[in-house]
Write a protein that binds this ligand. Structure first.
Ligand SMILES: Cc1cc2nc3c(=O)[nH]c(=O)nc-3n(C[C@H](O)[C@H](O)[C@H](O)COP(=O)(O)OP(=O)(O)OC[C@H]3O[C@@H](n4cnc5c(N)ncnc54)[C@H](O)[C@@H]3O)c2cc1C
Ligand code: FES
Length: 272
């Protein structure tokens, strides 16, 4: 196994390091967890942040691939990758001992430590479940009550790794509630009506939009972690604009997701 030295580049607590894949765990035919060791990056990571990974040292794929941090333990951090194209396939098949270039930690984080709520409702769909494990760990340490709502098309899509208090929804009813995860939350909502609740979410845009509509109707604060195609990951290439609206709901230009996100207030996002 090759262990490269860590430090290469550092700017404002963002490191660009050649890191060795310590361990890979293939969870199913398309999703795997990769563990990296870095005493520089791991301690800085906050829930919701991501790393931008150059998956190999050739020109294809040229751009780095952004992945949320899934879990941190000491100086080990993990990412969860779902295969959708060539970059994620290379990562899924990466062998322990191989090296990749990792830039991070990047982006903002979930605002979980605030005192104006007691109950955290985490809503995720598909590989959007990835950042929920690190968030769940931090919420537990912060003494919050936690509920995890996880949705997928069918039972084999549900990957709920190390999550507290699970409630599952599948479109085809093969596991848990039959319907969307937002419909399940709506059904359960009377249980939360008297609690001080905050919603944290990550998943497909359609799910996030339905959740944003629901949270606004019920007047519950809701943070959404968005995805977009990215390039640099650090605000230089302008490759990740997200349209936003103001408090009156009027168009208010755009923000760069890699800098002002990936976590945004659901009320601010124009879903496209
Ligand atoms: C902040 C952030 C965090 C992310 N976290 C994770 C994570 O934890 N785990 C994970 O598996 N994926 C995550 N993604 C998505 C992941 O970055 C993309 O799936 C990946 O870049 C695709 O690369 P590829 O080479 O495999 O696919 P490509 O060959 O580049 O594309 C294949 C297909 O996927 C679509 N696609 C590419 N990038 C994205 C994207 N960002 N969002 C939606 N569709 C895309 C393309 O339009 C194309 O249809 C995250 C994205 C962002 C922006
Ligand atoms: S990815 Fe380059 S500006 Fe956001």
């Amino acid at each position: 196994m090759t262990h490269m030295t860590e430090a290469t580049t550092k700017a404002d607590d963002i490191f660009d390091l050649s890191l060795t894949v310590q361990e890979t765990t293939q969870l199913n035919a398309t999703t795997a967890v990769l563990a990296f060791k870095s005493e520089l990056i791991a301690p800085l990571i906050k829930p919701g942040q991501f790393v931008n990974i150059k998956v190999n040292d050739t020109l294809a794929p040229l751009l780095r691939r952004p992945l949320s941090v899934h879990r941190v333990e000491g100086d080990i951090f993990e990412v969860m990758v779902k295969v959708v194209g060539s970059g994620t396939k290379l990562l899924y098949n990466a062998l322990p001992g191989s090296t990749v270039q990792v830039l991070g930690p990047l982006g903002n984080s979930f605002d979980y430590a605030r005192q104006d709520y007691d109950t955290a409702i985490l809503v995720s769909g598909g590989v959007g479940v990835a950042p929920m494990t690190i968030l769940d760990d931090c919420l537990r340490q912060a003494g919050k009550e936690i509920f995890n709502y996880v949705g997928g098309r069918t039972a084999s899509d549900i990957i709920a790794r190390k999550l507290t208090n699970l409630r599952i929804a599948t479109d085809d009813g093969s596991q848990g509630f039959k319907g969307t995860v937002v419909a399940l939350l709506e059904q359960d909502f009377p249980e939360f009506a008297k609690k001080r609740v905050r919603i944290f979410s990550c998943g497909p845009n359609r799910m996030l939009q339905a959740l944003a509509d629901f949270s606004m109707k019920k007047n519950i604060p809701c943070e959404v972690s968005l995805e977009s195609v990215m390039g640099c990951g650090i605000g230089i290439c302008y490759g990740c604009p997200v349209h936003v609206k103001n408090e009156q709901g009027e168009p208010d230009g755009h923000k760069l997701l890699c800098q002002h996100g990936p976590v945004m207030d659901a009320k601010q996002v124009v879903f496209e």
